[in-house]
Design a protein around this ligand. Structure first.
Ligand code: 5GP
Length: 186
């Protein structure tokens, strides 16, 4: 594996950097067609979406703006709390704007479903969803990823912005965290 120092903490690589970049480029072409002649505000959800925001925004050739929100999610564990709290709000007034919410991963979908409704209630013209990854449980919630990178199995993954206790965010690929790693820290 590419990550010598941490490879004993990871199982297999699920999605490589090359696959992520190729898929994001395809989706960027779709977004350019869908938003041609319209304004577009990308809203990234900190901190996990930093990598995908960076790659998606640079893949786009149409004019865009970017803003960020931070909401509470898993803390240091590996299961969803279902509680959404705004830790950092947008700097932008999104009334009448076309918003594309950019997320790293949809698991239960609770976070995005809540964010989608919250942004619509501020008078956005439209709120669509871009997710780099999606897990199978996402189908249980009424949330549609308008632009989706990859469907992955129901395993806890790290890398490409995704962390475990703030570690592994910088890995270029998406890898499965070895259950040994979280067993040791519990
Ligand atoms: P949801 O509300 O869809 O259950 O959870 C979304 C958030 O949970 C994501 O933005 C991410 O922060 C976190 N999350 C869900 N699945 C994983 C995973 O496999 N690995 C990591 N590192 N975070 C995850």
């Amino acid at each position: 594996m590419r990550y010598d120092d941490v490879s004993d903490q990871l199982d297999e690589i699920l999605v490589t950097e090359e696959q992520l970049l190729a898929r994001i480029a395809e989706l960027a072409r779709e977004i350019e067609r869908d938003y041609a002649g319209k304004d577009l505000l990308l809203v990234g959800v900190l901190k996990g979406a930093v990598m995908v925001m960076s790659d998606l925004s640079r893949a786009l050739t149409i004019p865009i703006n970017m803003d960020w929100m931070a909401v509470s999610s898993y803390g240091h564990g590996t299961t969803s709390s279902g509680v959404v709290r705004i830790l950092k709000d947008l700097d932008t007034d999104i009334a009448d704007r076309n918003v594309l919410l950019v997320e790293d991963i949809i698991d239960t979908g609770l976070t995005l479903s809540w964010l989608h409704d919250n942004l619509m209630s501020r008078g956005a013209a439209s709120v669509k969803i871009f997710a780099a990854l999606r897990k199978p449980d996402a189908v249980r919630v009424d949330i549609v990823a308008d632009y989706l990178g990859f469907d992955i199995p129901n395993k806890f993954v790290v890398g490409y912005g995704l962390d475990f206790a703030e570690n592994f965010r910088h890995l270029r690929d998406v890898a499965v965290l070895s259950p040994r790693t979280y067993a040791e820290s519990e």
